[in-house]
Design a protein around this ligand. Sequence first.
Ligand SMILES: NC(=O)c1ccc[n+]([C@@H]2O[C@H](COP(=O)([O-])OP(=O)(O)OC[C@H]3O[C@@H](n4cnc5c(N)ncnc54)[C@H](O)[C@@H]3O)[C@@H](O)[C@H]2O)c1
Length: 363
Amino acid sequence: MTPRQIHYKHSTVNLYEGDFNDLLRKEIGPRQYVIITDSNVNELYLAGSSFKNIISINPGESSKTLGTVSDIYSKLMEMVIDKDTVLVGIGGGVACDITGFVASTYKRGLPFGFIPTTLLAQADAAIGGKNGVNHRGIKNAIGLVRQPDFIIFDPRFLDTLPENELASGFAEVVKTSLIGSPRLFDLLENNYTRALSRDREILAEIIAHCIAIKAGITSQDELDCGQRQVLNFGHTVGHAIEAAGNLSHGQAISIGMMMAIGLSRKLCGLSESSAGRIKSLLMKFKLPVEFKSEIIKSEIIKSEIIKSEIIKYEVKEVISKLYHDKKINGDTLNFILLEEIGRPAIRKIRADELMEFLTRIIH
Ligand SMILES: NC(=O)c1ccc[n+]([C@@H]2O[C@H](COP(=O)([O-])OP(=O)(O)OC[C@H]3O[C@@H](n4cnc5c(N)ncnc54)[C@H](O)[C@@H]3O)[C@@H](O)[C@H]2O)c1
């Protein structure tokens, strides 16, 4: 099967779609391989299969640390692998980010590939070559950019994804439409019911749009020196909310996007009707849109997005996380705003101006 390809300056990524068992065996051929996955995905998709050499980590964001990376290095040493051994990350964004980081650093670099199993990883995290881990509560504080050799997309994985993880993925999908494609935004508005019911045809179409948009942006600016920053739409504040509270990545990003939309109305002339359409689309995907603990709590309970009853946000804590964010450069930060749906703008905002805005809208 001839793969689709993404071309970067120094590498090419092969993209395959179909049954991951067959495609992975073909891609690896006679080479040695090690699979890095998390225990949920292992249990659902790998236990009982003929794949060997599986390193399984605990599921979730709390595993995205140097400690996990160090444990994996030790296991690889015990396995006595050579420089041609292929590392394969099978899982969500966490398993993929960790696999990419380990593969890029162990023995100064091994070949690697991803088999993304969440909507978020298929539509976003697996593309673009950013690999990293969190450190001392700061998201992706340590990492590097290196492209995988291949990515295998198997739509069947999404059948078993929990509701809250699906919603989280839709936040990144909506973000991608906002920064890259009014057509994708329209597609989401017109087909959200089918998408929420996991209709494979519409999900495949949505994911293909997202891959094309992210591939286009990251291949033009692989090292994040310019246009790639638009992918951070909603993420500057979103990451701080994620680190300070107990919302999932996608939920925090949804709130972060709504804050960026508030600023876009003020500073970039984003129309009221577009702001309204965006808010309503996020709500259709069962995502929280306001940073008021009571409202978020009721949204979450209504949509059963998370189980926790304790949702605590401290404005000061969010703000201090923001100051640690690597995107803050001296007294200003590059903030991604929207002029219109599909038309992002990178603006320098003074940190104190942003803090003043946030303090006014966070209750
Ligand atoms: N590298 C990038 O460019 C990039 C971009 C966006 C996000 N990310 C990162 O991705 C991470 C979030 O990824 P995520 O949302 O996929 O989270 P995740 O990897 O933690 O997966 C979420 C949960 O879903 C489970 N799961 C995975 N696939 C499943 C399946 N098919 N069926 C049932 N359960 C399944 C996992 O075990 C886990 O419990 C964050 O760390 C974020 O920083 C990276």
